[in-house]
Ligand binder design. Structure first.
Ligand code: TA6
Length: 300
């Protein structure tokens, strides 16, 4: 749909606005009580969430590609229908095709609680079926109120059951990644992505980042608190129907090897991802659906 048709059908004065931008794609600007969010329809990708009086909660980089076929680096990439590399075919895109697809706008509204809501949708098409032979519809709800809520609902519209892994791969902007703590995962087991996925039980009360971390925590639905000493704020990361949490920071060498990140990009973000992957992958029968959600907001 072109920008004029989108605006005509879905714009809401002072709350929802459509603009065209990088990559020649269409974007949605949401506003609610002074907080704003900015979403790319390519990837169904939330790029910015800026609560009133704060700097953006989400990290972005000018080095990101804004090219069809490549994922946007930063914000909240959607990983679906698989998380990480494809299990049996490494030629298929890392983290699936949701972040490489153009999403449609299904609905916009002001909720009864006064939040600004945008609903996007993605269904199977020729491109997705070459990568994954199933029929599906995803309804992705982005709700802006006192916090940002994201709900990713996958419906199996076909005749065969399928299994997915998925993540809301959120890049949090921080003042200095070596001056943060992440609480909420004490006692949980993670697969250490920096050590051949060896299982480790986290003994510490909180995580600090002083080297590359790629922790895939399984069997946890706990929320996390990200404390940022430099930006002097605490961010609460809540989850809904998510049993995997991923904490990722590439640190120096891996960041250097990434063409779409500045060499020192690792200093200003950490990913805390609401996911269902590994042991927590999800099977969905025909006619059934599964919803994963996360919400993020400043609490102090
Ligand atoms: O969630 C962490 C992770 O799976 C890492 O292994 C790292 O590769 C990251 O995602 C980014 O993946 P991307 O395909 O966006 O470069």
């Amino acid at each position: 749909m072109d920008i004029n048709s989108l605006s005509k059908q879905f714009a809401i004065d002072n709350h929802v606005k459509f603009v065209s931008g990088k990559g020649g794609w269409n974007y949605v600007h949401l506003e609610n009580n002074g907080s704003t969010a900015f979403i790319s329809l390519y990837g169904g990708h939330v790029l910015h969430y800026t609560p009133k009086g704060q700097t953006d909660l989400l990290w972005n980089t000018e080095k990101s590609y804004f090219e069809q076929g490549k994922p946007i680096r930063g914000g909240v990439p959607l990983c679906f229908p698989w998380f990480g590399p494809h299990a049996s075919d490494s030629s298929k895109p890392m983290h699936g095709f949701a972040r490489l697809s153009m999403w449609d706008v299904k609905q916009t509204r002001i909720t009864p609680l006064g939040e600004t809501e945008l609903i996007l949708t993605l269904s199977d098409n020729e491109y997705t079926r070459t990568l994954w032979p199933y029929s599906f519809q995803v309804i992705y709800t982005i709700r802006l109120g006192n916090k940002l809520e994201l709900e990713f609902n996958v419906l199996n519209t076909g005749k065969d059951a399928f299994t997915i892994s998925e993540a809301l791969h959120t890049y949090f902007q921080v003042g200095n990644s070596s001056q943060i703590t992440i609480e909420g995962l004490e006692g949980c087991t993670y697969y250490d992505g920096t050590n051949n996925n060896a299982p480790v039980v986290q003994k510490d009360k909180h995580i600090e980042i002083h080297k590359e971390e790629n922790r895939r925590y399984i069997n946890t639905s706990a929320h996390c608190i990200l404390t940022d000493l430099s930006l002097k704020r605490k961010v609460k990361v809540e989850k809904k129907n998510s049993h995997t949490t991923v904490v990722w920071n590439p640190w120096i060498e891996t960041a250097r090897a990434m063409a779409d990140m500045h060499d020192d990009g690792y200093k200003t973000f950490v990913c805390i991802e609401a996911a269902n992957a590994f042991d927590n992958s999800v099977s969905i029968n025909p006619g059934q659906s599964h919803l994963i959600g996360t919400s993020i907001g400043v609490i102090l």
